[in-house]
Design a protein around this ligand. Structure first.
Ligand SMILES: Nc1ncnc2c1ncn2[C@@H]1O[C@H](COP(=O)(O)OP(=O)(O)OP(=O)(O)O)[C@@H](O)[C@H]1O
Ligand SMILES: [Mg+2]
Length: 565
């Protein structure tokens, strides 16, 4: 810009729209603000209805305190709040809101209609405000509480509207907001309907354990355990996943500070650190943990979206969280791993789907010590097969239990990798070419990775717009079902986050399909063969997906279990 404009104060309308951009970044932020307001009003039931991911309507109905008629218009004025009066109030804040900015911001960029009634008033009030222009309040019949409807969000700021690219993804964000609020306030009943479809509800029983199945799913929440610790005026309370539950990212770690969902990196770090030694590297826990800290020691006023907080006693808060989780994990390890007496009916509960990495190891040191030991795997003497899934063997320093499928995956993966490296993959032609139906993502993966697939032993030819003809497959996988094999490998190649991962993903899928399954009986010769092959791989302790192939129970541990030490 070459011509300098004179400095001038912007119009209130423009100032408000700019401020609104900070508060209401996306439809999900508007939902969060409205939920915060309902909670601050003491609501015990909050219903959210959303259409077109909030771009058409967002309606939040609460049974809270409501707003008196003569204050209603004020609620939509900038910097008008009932929650603080002075700096002292801000320093001992117990509400979620404090800026007096959410409603004016939302109203600047949408049409808002409110119906509300307080306990003291006999009739309610209706009030509407369209793109910042208020209409006069009028009486109406209304139950106690507030019903607020936001329509046509962002329709006067097209840049923001186009920012919302996928309605589905935005709907997911909104569901995430409602779920986090439900985890943060188990005593409040939440419901969410997206485009008329009931998507989420929490019972409002006051117990976090009752909300968890709705958020994490019934199976996952069964594998979560309670955490509780109180130290130096800081209370840590919540639930965390046992180590057999883990995720590739941090998206299921929820931390709340005084009822507010916060995205605080160092708190997440304190929590994940407590899991180190329990989870494989690159895996993250599942958690919903509440921190209660004296209000005068928390500053929520450091980010416009109020999602960050600062603590006066940062180290103490992190320490309390860390120790709370660590204590729960340690207790879990001792509790779960007590050896069960042998039962005679042979009907042991199956834990096939529970992957407890190094679950039998008693201390963190042993977990860490065991990893290098297994890396250089000793020659083993095979005893037999347990549950047609695990090979039981003995080495110089104790017992080994090997997952036959995971072990075979590792062996095949390394073999495919070496063959591909030297361009020597053996391929087997099918007697008749087999057509396999594919979805658009798989077709794209086929096109993008044509060279890799060919080198890996596949001869695949496009066949119409939604299928391919399979002419040959890698010999090592020739015994698996052709359709499943091709479909699985292409699915692995869809949506790759890094293009460099294609080769590894394709080989891992191939190895998984070709490997011996859990439940297949093996004779001693076959087991010996597999174990010998595993011994000669560079990383015998994990399968290509990073899961353990074996568990080691040292002589020392056996002695300890039998009370000899
Ligand atoms: N659902 C509701 N029930 C009762 N009162 C409400 C409700 N929503 C808003 N209010 C009133 O309107 C005022 C303004 O709300 P607004 O969200 O703009 O500001 P705030 O909550 O005080 O602060 P913040 O900008 O941090 O959210 C609130 O202080 C509150 O008194
Ligand atoms: Mg508010």
């Amino acid at each position: 810009m070459t011509v300098r404009m004179p400095i001038q104060v912007m119009s209130p309308d423009l100032a408000l729209k700019i401020a609104a951009g900070e508060v209401v970044e996306r439809p999900a932020s508007a939902v969060r603000e409205l939920l915060d307001n309902a909670l601050d009003a003491g609501a015990k039931r909050i219903a959210v209805e959303v259409e077109d991911a909030g771009l058409k309507t967002i309606r939040v109905v609460d049974d809270g305190a409501g707003m008196p008629r003569d204050e209603l218009a004020l609620a939509f004025r900038s910097h008008a709040t009932s929650k603080i009066r002075d700096l002292d109030d801000l320093q001992r804040l117990s509400s979620l809101g404090f800026r007096g900015e959410a409603l004016p911001s939302i109203a600047a960029i949408s049409r808002v209609e409110v119906q509300t009634r307080t306990e003291e008033e006999a009739t309610g009030t209706r009030f509407s405000i369209a793109f910042g222009e208020p209409a006069a309040p009028s009486p109406c019949a209304a139950p106690r509480g507030t019903r607020i409807t936001v329509s046509d969000l962002f329709s006067n700021v097209p840049a923001r509207r186009t920012f919302v690219r996928s309605l589905r993804a935005e709907g997911g964000q909104i569901a995430g907001v409602v779920m986090r609020h439900a985890l943060a306030h188990p005593d409040v009943q939440f419901t969410l309907a997206l485009d008329g479809v009931s998507t989420f509800s929490s019972p409002g029983s006051g117990r976090l354990e009752d909300v968890a199945p709705e958020v994490f799913g019934a199976v996952t929440s069964k594998s979560m355990m309670p955490v509780f610790r109180e130290e130096q005026g800081i209370v840590v309370e919540g639930i965390v996943g046992k180590p057999n539950l883990s995720r590739q990212n941090r998206s299921l770690i929820h931390i709340f500070v005084n009822g507010r969902s916060v995205a605080n990196r160092s708190l997440i770090f304190a929590l994940t650190q407590a899991f180190s030694g329990f989870l494989m590297s690159g895996r993250y826990p599942v958690a919903a943990v509440h921190l209660t800290v004296p209000p005068n020691e928390v500053d929520p006023n450091i980010h416009p979206s109020k999602s960050e907080v600062r603590f006066a006693r940062e180290r103490e808060v992190h320490g309390a969280l860390h120790r709370a989780v660590e204590a729960a994990l340690t207790e879990h390890r001792f509790g779960e791993n007590r050896l069960e007496p042998v039962t005679t009916n042979g009907d042991q509960p199956s834990s096939a789907d529970e992957q407890i990495p190094f679950g039998l190891l008693q201390t963190l040191d042993q977990v860490q010590a065991a990893i290098p030991e297994i890396r250089a795997m000793p020659a083993l003497r095979i005893f037999g097969q347990a549950n047609a899934t695990f090979i039981v063997a003995e080495g110089p320093s104790g017992l080994y239990m090997i997952d036959q499928h995971a072990a075979h995956e590792r062996v095949l993966f390394d073999r495919f990798d070496a063959e591909l490296e030297v361009g020597d993959v053996s391929s087997q032609s099918l007697l008749e070419p087999a057509p396999v139906e594919l979805n658009p993502g798989q077709i794209e993966a086929l096109e993008v990775n044509a060279g890799l697939l060919k080198r890996a032993g596949f001869d695949l030819e496009p066949f119409g717009s939604d299928a391919c003809l399979v002419r040959s497959v890698p010999t090592a996988a020739a015994r698996t079902k052709v359709g499943d094999l091709v479909s699985e490998v292409l699915t692995e190649l869809e949506n790759l986050s890094e293009p460099g991962a294609a080769r590894e993903r394709a080989l891992a899928a191939l190895a998984c399909k070709a490997a011996v399954k859990a439940g297949a009986s093996l004779d001693v010769e076959e087991m010996r063969e597999l174990v010998t092959q595993l011994e000669s791989t560079a990383r015998p302790a994990t399968c290509p997906h990073g899961r353990p192939t074996m568990i080691h129970l040292s002589h020392t541990q056996l002695e300890r279990e039998f009370g000899r030490r």
